[in-house]
Design a protein around this ligand. Sequence first.
Ligand code: BGC
Length: 569
Amino acid sequence: MSRTRTALLSALALVAGTAGAAVAAIPQDVGALAVPCTVDYKVQNQWDSGFTAAVTVTNNSAAKSSWSVKWSYAGNQKVTSGWNARISQSGTAVTAANESYNGTLATGGSVSFGFNGSYSGTNALPTAFTLDGVACNVDDGGGGPTDPPEEPGDRVDNPYAGAKVYVNPEWSAKAAAEPGGSRIADQPTGVWLDRIAAIEGVGSGMGLRDHLDEALEQKGSGELAVQLVVYNLPGRDCAALASNGELGATEIDKYKTQYIDPIAAILKDSKYAGLRIVTTVEIDSLPNLVTNVTPRATATANCDTMKANGNYIKGVGYALNKLGDAPNVYNYVDAGHHGWLGWDDNFAPSAALFKQAATAEGATVADVHGFIVNTANYSALKENHFTINDTVNGASVRTSKWIDWNRYTDEQSYALAMRNQLVSIGFGSGIGMLIDTSRNGWGGTARPTGPGATTSVDTYVDGGRYDRRIHLGNWCNQSGAGLGERPQAAPVAGIDAYVWIKPPGESDGSSTAIPNDEGKGFDRMCDPTYTGNPRNNNNMSGALANAPLSGHWFSAQFQELMKNAYPAL
Ligand code: BGC
C-alpha cells in the first residue's frame, strides 16, 4: 500500500496568517420542512485573505438527478477551487452544480460540497440560496431532520474499552519464530482481507470464519475486539503500484457481490454476535481522489480514473452500509495521516469526501464509528521537541523543509484535529479515532534527546524530530523505523485506541520487480536506489533493500523494528 504524500500547496494555502476555525452560523428565518430545501453554509477555516467553506444542501421536494445551488456574496469573496461540485462565479453570483457522481438527490437526501475562497475585509455569510431556482431555508446548524441518527443502542462507545484484542495466530507464529520475537508475539494485529480468496483463506491459511472462531476461543467469558482490514477496492491504491490488488477499476459489482456481501454475511452470523468486530475500511483510497488527481503535479492516471468513475466512493459507501448492518460491527474509515492530509488544501476536502462516501450507496454517518490514521505509515505519534507554533529567528517552523507548510507535526495532533473537522461536518460527536502505532516508534540510537539547534528552522526541526525519514512522503519499508506504542485502549480523549493494524514484519512492497499472482506491482518507492517522484518531492525513497512482496514476511525489517522500538522492548 502506498502512503502518498501529496503535496504541493496551492498558492492559497501558502498564505500565512491566522488559522482560526471561524465557524459561523446563519440565523434560521422560517420553520423547517415546509420549505423545499435547506442550505447549511459554514466557514470552517479562515485566515487574513482566504477561507474554506462547506455547504450541505438538503432536498425536501421531488428527487433530482442533477442539481444547482446559487448564492451571492455581499463582499469581494471569490471561489478559487472547489470539490464535490463544479463551482463557477460571475461577479458576486456563485453557481455550484453537481459533479457526474453526485447528481442524485433523493427527497430528504442531502449532498455536501466545499471550496476554498479568497476575500478581504469582512467575509460576510451569504443570506439567501436557491436550489434549482427555488429559494431554500438557511440552516442554523441546530436540531432538525438533517441531524445524524443516533447509533444503535447495542454498540458501546469504545469497542476497545474493557476488551481484549484478538491475537492473529498466523502473525503471532511468524513473530515468535524470530530471535527475540516472543517479546511481542502476543500483541494484537490486524487481519487483512486483502483479496476475495482471503475470505475462505489463501492456500492453507486461515479464512475469516477461522479467525472469528479462534476469536471466540480467545474471548472466553470476557469482551474481545477483533480487527479486520477491508482492503480490496476496484483500482486499489491508485497512486502507487506495490498493492494494486486484484480488481480492475470498473469491477465494482464484483467488489460488492464477491467481496463485501460474503464478508457481511459472515459477520452477521449470530454465532459471532458476542464479538466486537472492528473493521478498518479501505485505506489509501478516498484521499487519493483529492491529492493525486488532475490538475495536481502529483496526479496519476489511475487516480483520475477512480475519481471519474466514482468506484472508490461507491465501494466505501457500500461496505459501510452492508458491514454496518451488523450491530456488533464498528466501522472505522481510513483518514490518511498528517504527512498526507495535513495541508490546508487537502484536509477539509478529504473530510468532505469521507462524508460523501459515508452517505453513498445507502450508508449513513451512523454506519461510521470512527476513523483510523497512520495505517501502515511511519509518522511519529508525538514530536516533543517542537510544536507547529514555534518560530526560529522570527520564522515559523511551518517554513522548514520538513514541515513544508503542513499544519501538524505529528499523528496525535492530526488525529484530534481531523476528528473535530469530521464532527463539524456532520459525523457523530461520539466518533473515536484509532492510530496505527505499529511502526512509528523511531527509537534506537538516532533518536534525538532534545530540540535541534536554533540556527535556522531547518536545524531546529531536523535536529529535534523523532521521525528520521528522508521525506515525510516516504512510505515503503522505512529504514530506521521502530515499533511504536504498544496497542492500548483509550490513551487520550477522542482516541479509541493505539492499534497495530499493519502487522510488523510484513513488507510494504518489493525492492525489485517480483512476478506474482497477487496483483502486486513494483513501486520504485520500495527501491532504496530510487530518487523519488512528485509525491515525495523527488527525494530518495529511504526504503530497506531486499524486501519481498507487500504482505510477505520481511525478517530483516522485523528485526530492525524491534531494535528501534520506542518505547523500547
Ligand atoms: C499488502 C497486503 C497485506 C498488508 C498487510 C499490504 O501492503 O498489499 O497484501 O496483507 O499489507 O501486511
